[in-house]
Design a protein around this ligand. Structure first.
Ligand code: NI
Length: 179
């Protein structure tokens, strides 16, 4: 069970308002959302017709199995990205083509169970790190190969939402297949 870390107020007063883009409360809300991402995906998969995991009922959209493999790969990558941001000064965050990954790495042909576990434990170990981050850690920044400056707060904003967005996508697939 994840417990948001309480940050003593004297730490935040060290920063000016301009430097601080999120309050500790806002960050803790996003960390809790991030920590709930695996359960959101499992809820979306609950009752999904097993013989349709590889189906494409929505034109141009991934199947449920492809989404789960994407989560396995993307979340492993995101875990590594946060670690780089925390350890390396001005870490290089490398972008990649997720559709090429889906096709060339044969997402739709492979059992998704190991990807679900990769997703789950990449998050679980990363939640440990998020709970230990100091104000200084939340000011760290690297450079993304496509989008430029990339801070630990940017990381949090992106990945707090990521799994929930894909859980919604899986639900839309389920609705399309079962209605
Ligand atoms: Ni994604």
């Amino acid at each position: 069970m994840f417990k948001p870390k309480v940050i003593p107020s004297h730490q935040t007063t060290l920063l000016t308002k301009e430097q601080q883009t999120m309050t500790p409360e806002e960050r803790n809300d996003l960390i809790a959302k991030y920590a709930a991402g695996y359960d959101a995906v499992m809820n979306a998969l609950d009752g999904f017709p097993a013989d349709s995991l590889g189906a494409h009922p929505l034109p141009g959209k991934w199947s449920a199995r492809e989404i789960v493999h994407h989560l396995g790969d993307s979340e492993s990558t995101s875990a590594w990205r946060l670690r780089k941001l925390l350890v390396e000064d001005n870490a290089l965050i490398q972008g990649y083509d997720q559709d090429q990954f889906a096709t060339r790495l044969r997402y739709n042909e492979r059992d998704m169970a190991p990807a679900l576990e990769a997703f789950r434990y990449a998050r679980e170990s990363t939640v440990q790190l998020l709970g230990l981050m100091t104000e200084d850690d939340w000011q760290r920044a690297g450079t993304h190969s496509e989008s430029g400056r990339y801070t630990t707060e940017d990381w949090l904003q992106i990945y707090a939402a990521h799994a929930h967005n894909h859980a919604d996508q899986i639900k839309r697939l389920r609705d399309a297949l079962t209605s």
